[in-house]
Design a protein around this ligand. Structure first.
Ligand SMILES: NC(=O)c1ccc[n+]([C@@H]2O[C@H](COP(=O)([O-])OP(=O)(O)OC[C@H]3O[C@@H](n4cnc5c(N)ncnc54)[C@H](O)[C@@H]3O)[C@@H](O)[C@H]2O)c1
Length: 418
């Protein structure tokens, strides 16, 4: 029988998971949605043929009822994760919770305590764990091909326009209203590093700042909105270039579709004239960092460094893993493994399946689909190992993030206390 799921928050992420369910009716079906935005709520209701009483504006209306589904996908904004996660866990629902679990350690601990107390499964949206690329890296390390890990150097190249879109003009620009950069964007990375190293992180230090996207870096003659700006043609972060430039080539996917539901040139121009995404990047109400580094010490003495920077072209994360018998480099799709004994390098393409066929992997290199597929399989079979991050490990990687942010703010080394 298909696993019954509720979607709480039918925004971008809720739609991704619901889309997978729609494409796999034999495995799962959506039985209710909670979403305050009428257009998004009705779209999901139509796509999944939901009866009127299963379509509500707020998740609280669903927890007033006895349990009527197997699991819940919680894809609300970061600050609205803990309460629904705990409420649904208390009713016995298995929970797929978008990352970050919550913006503070106390709420993360409360979520983990609730799922453990009620014996339900928790899958946090750490989609990078679920990609074929990561699976191969774990297998290479697990087979001992590079020996013991001594150090890891991991780069998250956010991309200059993605930084401007999400972290200067957009929803994740303001720490108080969303989360620090490390939690909003890089909780994936610290979690991934912890997963790859395969042991607890014990200490962290960190540095980083908002170097560029503030009034002090504003070019002479810049206007508050790109549509009115005389120096717009010479600005790499121009909203005209980033959004209208794409619309004019016929592209209306992310990030353009975040601005408005009217995806014509007129609609997007209007959004740039009146909405947050048309603002000068040097005249926004943003405070999250545009670059940050974290140094990590693991239980065995292995170390890792992480660099997040907005000042890159758009591309995938890159990692170097230095082991006692070999060295591994990965760029998100291709892995190079160099063996010290033979001094040979093997190159492995992870966008090619083992039978040699190429596969296009959408959504975090296939991680989105594999996460929801495994969550559904875990519910269907009761096999918790389908979920690649248990509650304790998810909590641990969030605690790494909070400790690193504290280390940056205080300018000191911070212990990661479980
Ligand atoms: N795993 C990933 O890689 C990844 C990527 C992007 C975002 N995220 C996370 O996913 C979550 C959602 O992000 P998004 O980009 O989909 O944002 P979004 O704004 O598109 O969607 C959030 C939705 O929650 C709805 N909502 C607000 N209050 C609600 C309530 N009381 N009940 C039900 N729904 C409510 C909003 O109306 C909105 O439609 C965030 O926590 C975000 O950090 C994860």
């Amino acid at each position: 029988m298909a696993v019954r799921l509720i979607v709480v928050g039918a925004g971008s992420r809720g739609a991704v998971y619901a889309g997978w369910v729609r494409a796999h009716p034999e495995a799962a079906r959506i039985v209710a949605v909670a979403e305050p935005r009428a257009a998004h709520r009705e779209q999901l209701a139509r796509d999944h043929d939901l009866p009127a009483d299963a379509v509500v504006a707020d998740w609280r209306e669903l927890v007033d009822r006895p349990r009527f589904a197997d699991g819940v996908v919680i894809a609300t904004p970061d600050v609205l994760h803990a309460e629904p996660a705990i409420a649904f866990a208390e009713l016995g629902y298995h929970v797929l919770l978008e990352k970050p679990m919550a913006p503070n350690a106390d709420d993360c601990r409360r979520i983990v305590a609730a799922v453990e107390r009620h014996g339900v499964m928790l899958a946090v949206g750490h989609v990078l764990r679920y990609t074929r690329y990561t699976e191969r890296i774990k297998a290479i390390i697990g087979a001992g091909r590079i020996g013991e890990i001594a150090s890891v150097a991991h780069l998250e190249p956010v991309g200059y326009w993605h930084q401007a879109h999400s972290f200067v003009r957009g929803n994740w620009r303001d720490q108080a209203r969303s989360a620090p950069m490390l939690l909003a964007k890089s909780s994936h990375d610290l979690d991934w590093i912890r997963y790859v190293v395969g042991e607890p992180c014990v200490q962290v230090s960190s540095f980083g700042s908002l170097q560029h996207f503030h009034a002090g870096a504003r070019p002479a003659g810049a206007a508050d909105r790109c549509l009115d700006c005389a120096v717009e043609p010479s600005c790499a972060y121009s909203a005209v270039k980033i959004y209208l430039g794409r619309v004019r080539t016929g592209y209306t996917g992310w990030p353009v579709d975040v601005l408005t539901s009217d995806l014509t040139e007129t609609g997007v121009t209007e959004a740039l004239r009146t909405g947050p995404y048309g603002r000068c990047v040097y005249a926004c109400d943003n405070d999250v960092v545009d670059h940050q580094v974290v140094a990590m010490q693991f239980a065995s003495g292995a170390t890792a460094t992480f660099t997040m920077t907005g000042f890159t072209r758009q591309r995938d994360r890159e990692t170097r893993i230095f082991g006692t018998r070999g060295e591994l480099y990965g760029d998100g799709s291709t892995i190079e493994v160099h063996d010290f004994l033979t001094d040979r390098t093997e190159t492995i393409r992870t966008d090619v399946a083992l039978d040699g066929t190429e596969h296009a992997a959408a959504g975090h290199s296939g991680g989105d689909a594999r996460l929801i597929a495994r969550f559904v399989a875990a519910i269907a079979t009761g096999d918790r190992t389908q979920i690649l991050s248990g509650p304790a490990e998810s909590l641990e990687s969030h605690l790494m993030v909070f400790a690193a942010e504290q280390a940056r703010r205080d300018g000191r080394v911070v212990d990661v206390v479980p």
